[in-house]
Write a protein that binds this ligand. Sequence first.
Ligand SMILES: [Mg+2]
Length: 174
Amino acid sequence: MGLFTPTYYAKSIYDIPLYFYKKEGIKIIFCDLDNTLDPFFLNEPSDQAIALVKKLKENGIEFIITSNNHGSRVIHYAEKLNVECHYSSKKPLGYKLKRFIKRKNFEKSSIVMIGDQILTDVIASKRTKVRIILTEPLVKKDLPITKINRFFDKKLRKIMIKKLEKREISYEQN
Ligand SMILES: [Mg+2]
């Protein structure tokens, strides 16, 4: 069951306080795009995505989009957000992300993945051996390809959220 268990859980990427990243020694975020950072039907970054990335960058946190979606969607969005991206990431497989981490010379312990799906994002994080924050999908609608995964995800999620490796992210400021 370890393959399905997220390290942390937050309702949304927009709920995660900055001090959490600092406390956990996170310097690089690998963020899923569709339904984690913005709804899948938005071609350009929302104001909240722009504001979030700005805040993270100002605090020395590197933000990289890692998405299973195709290059034209991901590159266009990432350029508008002015961040690096890794597209066709082939999550839940880990080999492309592992290769990317190696090429960039990143320290795995300084990375956290953020994603809304257990069957792609969480499993990929396990195979890549980096921590992950599981979130709820931003909108109920999904890409057709995601619908089957979401069916299983809903069942798994109820169990997994109780078994978090680490505690739920605390929302109290300290
Ligand atoms: Mg997603």
